[in-house]
Design a protein around this ligand. Structure first.
Ligand code: SF4
Ligand code: MG
Length: 321
């Protein structure tokens, strides 16, 4: 199949020496053309840092990012495009909306040529903004309109891979729905691939094909969105879902696994399983052994928990398949 980006053992670090924060640690996944991979987690999970590494905005401390995109300019804004949570910070507030949209079509130009205006207006129309808004500054638009401008800008970049960092988090619920719908339509029209960063399971259920759940810099579970949301395997995912009553879960998956306590200091994560200080099922083994991602319900669905990988000493793993 057509893998558009392959991430292997990625690490992202901030700071130096004893103050070093390893925000992403040993993360691997791949994304197929036309698919939407959601990365979900609380703040501090490393989900944004993963997207920023893919966009080339932060350096990688270890691992590799291999892309199969037409343009060699990946990571410099050529073939991937980042849509931020806060559209205002992503737009030049001194430029008219049409020029914000046209900017990626005129790389390196200080003045955006008027000749790009018709194309920009057409893109604005496609995202639901009338021509009468084309000359307004971003600050003269509503939050929802601004986010539509950033989406039109992403289309103008012609990047096949769009990194969406909490693109609807700052919008009202009714607007969130509209923008998610728009993103899904554009994905199908333009054969786009999305990496969709979110802390909201509802948005993820609406737009993603697969979901990776991150906790303290690691992926703890990854799989098809329907499988992970209906039959979560990792206690952390179960806790997230238990706290999201609007998501329909299979009964047996709704364990009473509410996350307790505070997120540990990411500069000094717990030994073994990083979730163990908040996990109701923690065992001795969890403090000494870091669980690897292993097949959960099927080969496309993996989870990193000792509960789903019996200790080899029991002999269970030696049974014939
Ligand atoms: Fe909980 Fe242990 Fe599984 Fe970690 S490995 S999620 S602490 S049971
Ligand atoms: Mg973030």
């Amino acid at each position: 199949t057509d893998i558009i980006v392959d991430v292997r053992n990625l690490a992202v670090e901030y700071g130096r020496g004893r103050k070093t924060l390893r925000a992403v640690d040993d993360v691997s996944f791949s994304v197929h053309r036309g698919e939407t991979l959601a990365i979900i987690g609380e703040s501090g999970s490393g989900k944004s840092s993963t997207a920023h590494a893919l966009a080339g905005l932060v350096g990688t401390a270890a691992g590799s990012i291999t892309t199969n995109l037409d343009s060699p300019a990946f990571g410099k804004g050529g073939s991937s495009h980042l849509i931020f949570q806060n559209p205002t910070s992503a737009l030049n507030t001194r430029m008219a909306s049409w020029a914000c949209v046209a900017e990626p079509m005129a790389p390196g130009r200080v003045r955006i040529p008027q000749s790009l205006r018709p194309k920009a207006v057409e893109l604005l129309r496609r995202v639901g903004l009338g021509a009468e808004l084309a000359d307004r500054l971003p600050t003269q638009l509503s939050g929802g309109q601004r986010q539509r401008v950033t989406i039109a800008r992403a289309l103008a970049s012609k990047a096949p891979l769009i990194l969406c960092d909490e693109p609807v988090a700052s919008l009202d619920v009714s607007l969130q729905e509209e923008v998610l719908q728009l993103l899904a339509e554009l994905r199908d029209e333009h054969d786009l691939t999305y990496i969709f960063i979110s802390h909201d399971l509802g948005s993820v259920a609406r737009i993603a094909d697969r979901v990776a759940v991150m906790y303290l810099g690691r992926i703890v579970e990854i799989g098809p969105v329907a499988t992970v949301l209906r039959t979560p395997s990792h206690p952390y995912t179960q806790a997230l879902l238990a706290a999201a009553p609007h998501i329909e879960l299979e009964r047996r998956s709704r364990r009473k696994a509410l996350v307790r306590g505070e997120l540990p200091d990411p500069r000094n994560p717990p030994s073994g399983c990083r979730f163990r200080t908040r996990c109701p099922f923690a065992m001795d083994r969890c403090a000494s052994e870091s669980p690897a991602l292993r097949a959960a319900s099927n080969s496309a669905h993996s989870s990193a928990c000792h509960l789903s990988s019996p200790a080899t000493s029991t002999g269970i793993s030696n049974l014939p398949q």
